[in-house]
Design a protein around this ligand. Structure first.
Ligand SMILES: C[S@@+](CC[C@H](N)C(=O)[O-])C[C@H]1O[C@@H](n2cnc3c(N)ncnc32)[C@H](O)[C@@H]1O
Length: 276
């Protein structure tokens, strides 16, 4: 399956997806995108990237599945509980000083991270003054996020994570079990908006006090990471917070000097004060 022309074929395939559908994977980290394309070739029974290109170009109905194969949809509620603990203990006291708050979960997948944040904010008495924005490029994931339904067999992990994050209530207070799924209380999304937004090609968000973008930058190459962090910088309010995933940091970012490391173990950064 592998040939010396792989790199050329992959570049052409990603260009075709961009030209035809405006989904831009051209700046994603090459080793990871290659692994995902190999999986897509297996799934769509293609012997080469060029064959896959032909199918994607001429069969738009395979695009949703292609997007799911090209984006990593792994997530869980209160993933990396220490991150949520750090938010709760160290960031929330700052957030409590604001009369109203906007929180942006960039790359929210099926909503696990946003519901976790809404529960944390409810437990800390901040929910009623907060708007939550969950964005992603995967329409299937956004549909799932809107439903807030997760397989029941994930609940014991979510419950353990919630407890380790310093949860002040029982996770079971927030969902009901039905037909093998846990359906999260729709009041948790009363103040949430899920929408299609790409960190590669879309513009800045309205001024927000907290951005949580975890396990997304890791799939981008350096230039794309800089573009995304530039968006975060322009979207954050003065002294706003940016939370990254456990394997992500701003150490090599072109925007590093605009941030200070606020909570090292939590991978949470704070933007410098803006000059008024
Ligand atoms: C591994 S999941 C992370 C989910 C969640 N943030 C977490 O940490 O559990 C990565 C998500 O990033 C999304 N994503 C990939 N490229 C993106 C882009 N250019 N703009 C916005 N989201 C993107 C994917 O669709 C996927 O839902």
């Amino acid at each position: 399956m592998s040939s010396k022309w792989d790199d050329i074929e992959i570049r052409l395939l990603l260009e075709a997806i961009y030209q035809r559908y405006h989904y831009d994977f051209r700046g994603y980290a090459s080793a990871s995108i290659k692994r995902r394309l190999i999986r897509a070739m297996e799934r769509f029974d293609c012997r080469s990237y060029s064959m896959l290109q032909d199918r994607v170009l001429h069969e738009p109905e395979i695009l949703p599945e292609m997007l799911t194969l090209l984006t990593v949809q792994v997530s869980e509620m209160f993933r990396d509980p220490l991150y949520f603990k750090a938010l709760r203990e160290n960031v929330v006291p700052y957030l409590k000083t604001y009369p109203s708050l906007k929180v942006w979960i960039a790359g929210c997948s099926a909503g696990e991270e946003l519901y976790s944040m809404a529960i944390l904010f409810r437990e800390e008495g901040l929910e009623s003054r907060t708007m939550f924005y969950g964005t992603d490029i995967n329409p299937e994931a956004l549909k799932k996020a809107q439903k807030g339904m997760y397989p029941l067999d994930q609940i014991s992990l979510f419950t353990k994570n919630h407890r380790q994050s310093g949860g002040k209530s029982s996770l079971s207070d927030y969902y009901t079990a039905a037909y093998g799924a846990a359906v999260f209380d729709k009041s948790l999304r009363d103040r949430a908006v899920f929408s299609d937004h790409s960190l590669v090609s879309d513009a800045v968000f309205a001024e927000v006090q907290l951005i949580s973008c975890r396990n997304v930058l890791i799939y981008f190459d350096r230039d794309l990471q800089d573009r995304a962090v530039g968006l975060f910088k322009d979207s954050l309010a003065s002294k706003g917070f940016l939370g990254l995933g456990s394997k992500e940091s701003l150490r090599f970012s072109a925007h590093n000097s605009a941030f200070t490391e606020f909570d090292k173990p939590g991978h949470i950064y704070q933007m410098a004060a803006r000059n008024m």
